[in-house]
Write a protein that binds this ligand. Structure first.
Ligand code: NAP
Length: 256
């Protein structure tokens, strides 16, 4: 897929999946605007891009929980480029705890401020630059916690609330921006690990999630992939009996 020369913004790109996404775009030749709360972490990602990929990068500080920080980042971007082709809304703080009382008020407010308000504000402030692109995409790293009826995570209810807010934003933007040719691509992965064997009963890995993003962004412009939904693995006892049939039984079965 040809992503060379694309201008890509990735938030929360100072570590983990955000860094992996930034590197994956750069590996395909993109110019990445690497944003992270901590400028030094963003700069390290930019260094890794310069050292190990054909792409290029610039590092920025952007705290999604701070409207001032978001506006300053958007203004700085507008000084450096006249368009953004891909905005990856990746940054979001995880909050653990099954009970509302399991987290302090400040942590609850920050979780929602960053993932919910921050994603809305950054998308709002970068929309003019996206509209100036010949092939604009907005990618949202949401979560299975943003799916209606999902109850499997031990995330705090505030994290569920923040991810549902992202889902609502993505749903209406996908519809409203379709006419302008802006694709809104959202991913709803269950818990995943940063590294793993990528096997059938192993946990979902960040690399597989990143490759979904690369696939969707790499599609021709007639192809508006709206969502990636993932089936979670089940405990062995909950799997259909047929999953447990051994190979000898299958080999012995007569084919009619
Ligand atoms: N890992 C999973 O199991 C999983 C599953 C489903 C969905 N997701 C979603 O996928 C995305 C990336 O996941 P991940 O595994 O890389 O998460 P992670 O390891 O928890 O990292 C979260 C990232 O978001 C950044 N961040 C947090 N608050 C921020 C703020 N206020 N402003 C800017 N950046 C902020 C963090 O930066 P700092 O380094 O400054 O903390 C970090 O880069 C997130 O949106 C997450 O909710 C993850």
């Amino acid at each position: 897929m040809k992503l060379g020369g694309l201008h890509v913004v990735v938030t929360g790109a100072g570590r983990d999946s955000g860094r992996a996404l930034a590197l994956a775009f750069a590996q395909r030749g993109a110019h990445v605007f690497v944003a992270a709360r901590d400028l030094a972490a963003a700069a390290r990602t930019a260094e890794l891009i310069a050292e190990g990929t054909p792409g290029t990068a610039e590092a920025f500080a952007c705290d999604l929980a701070s409207p001032d920080s978001i506006r300053a980042f958007a203004a700085e971007l507008a000084r450096r480029t006249n368009h953004v082709d891909v905005l990856v809304n990746n940054g979001a703080a995880y909050l653990h705890g099954e009970e509302l009382g399991d987290a302090e008020d400040e942590a609850i407010a920050a979780t929602i401020a960053g993932a919910a308000t921050g994603t809305v504000l950054l998308t709002k402030h970068l929309l003019p630059l996206l509209r100036s692109s010949a092939r604009p995409d907005i990618v949202n790293m949401i979560s299975a916690c943003g799916e209606a009826g999902h109850r499997r995570s031990q995330a705090h209810p505030a994290f569920y609330a923040a991810k549902h807010a992202q889902t609502g934003l993505a749903e209406i933007l996908s519809h409203r921006l379709r006419a302008d040719g802006i694709r809104v691509i959202s991913l709803f992965p269950p818990d995943f690990v940063q590294d793993g064997p990528r096997e059938q009963h192993g946990p979902l890995t960040a690399q597989s999630v990143v490759e979904c993003v690369m696939f969707a962004v790499g599609q021709p412009r007639d192809c508006f992939i709206r969502e990636f939904r993932f089936e979670q693995d089940q405990p062995r006892s909950a799997r259909p009996a047929s999953t447990d049939i051994d190979q000898d039984t299958l080999d012995d079965a007569s084919v009619g």
